[in-house]
Design a protein around this ligand. Structure first.
Ligand SMILES: [Zn+2]
Length: 292
């Protein structure tokens, strides 16, 4: 069992989010983890605590995703930390690097590759300047396509009840990337924010042949019928389990984040067959990563 969408931040950051974000000019991250006049759904978990949660949830490996920072310096800082957590975790963490694609992406990618990362993400096309810096994003996409590195992209649901830190992500940006780089493996987070609907157009389905959808943050956004509906729309071979741990997926419980709750919810209420479960919980991501 693999959780393909988790994040990890260093414990000394939790208590000084505001001053750290101001110092590093990471305003968007702050608006998500510490929204003004709203309670935060962000939970925190050190690398060690994440491993404990994985044991309790019977998750053998987690994909540690980087963050869509607004500066390459912050990406480098985060990658160094993730590298140290990967080294201590005995192969239980797979790392996707934090990259700021709008600025010298190849240097960042080469560095991440030498550090043991196996993909890129989570990226945010709007926050990180896709439409203004397409050339750099294309250079990154080409490098990733050549090296068979998947890219995980955040997608904001197109219709929503405006939540803290909401920044829209136009669907056209994703179609643009998938069209220009047909061999690039793209994982769209959060069930693709509505994009799967358009896979009913056969021409778009063809263009999105290497696009996958992860289940991150699902309980905050959708009811569990989405699992069956998504299988109808795109097929179980395109859906990847990811939690978005340590986000508080069940905020009404007022508990610290528990990785196994969402897994149990899927098992009880997702209506999946054994084959679908195997694909979604492990086989699909293993295939995408090209290793076991
Ligand atoms: Zn996301």
């Amino acid at each position: 069992m693999i959780d393909a969408h988790t994040h990890c931040f260093p414990p000394d950051l939790y208590k000084k989010c505001e001053s750290w974000a101001h110092q590093n000019k990471e305003a968007h991250w702050l608006s998500l983890v510490a929204p003004k006049n709203k309670s935060s759904i962000q939970g925190w978990s050190s690398a060690e605590e994440t491993l404990e949660q994985m044991d309790l949830a019977k998750v053998s490996k987690s994909l540690l995703l980087g963050w869509y920072w607004e500066h390459s310096a912050t990406c480098r800082w985060h990658n160094q930390l993730m590298k140290s957590w990967m080294e201590k975790a005995n192969n239980r963490f797979i790392g996707f690097a934090s990259i700021f694609p709008s600025e010298a992406p190849i240097e960042q990618l080469e560095e991440a590759s030498s550090m043991g990362f196996q993909g890129v993400g989570e990226l945010h096309p709007t926050i990180q300047g896709f439409s203004e810096n397409k050339e750099n994003w294309y250079a990154m996409a080409e490098w990733c396509s050549d090296k068979k590195w998947p890219i995980n992209l955040h997608v904001t649901e197109a219709m929503n009840l405006s939540h803290a830190g909401y920044v829209s992500t136009p669907f056209q940006d994703y179609l643009d990337l998938a069209t220009h780089f047909p061999e690039l493996k793209i994982i769209l987070a959060h069930f693709g924010g509505g994009i799967p609907f358009f896979e009913q157009n056969p021409k778009i389905k063809t263009l999105l042949k290497n696009v996958y959808y992860d289940t991150a943050a699902c309980p905050l956004l959708y009811d569990m019928d989405i699992f069956r509906n998504m299988i109808q729309l795109v097929g179980s071979h395109k859906i990847i389990f990811g939690s978005d741990f340590p986000l508080k997926l069940y905020p009404s419980t007022k508990q610290p984040p528990v990785m196994k709750t969402f897994i149990e919810d899927i098992r009880s209420n997702g209506g999946l067959s054994e084959l679908e479960r195997q694909r979604i919980f492990s086989e699909n991501i293993i295939k995408i990563l090209g290793n076991s």
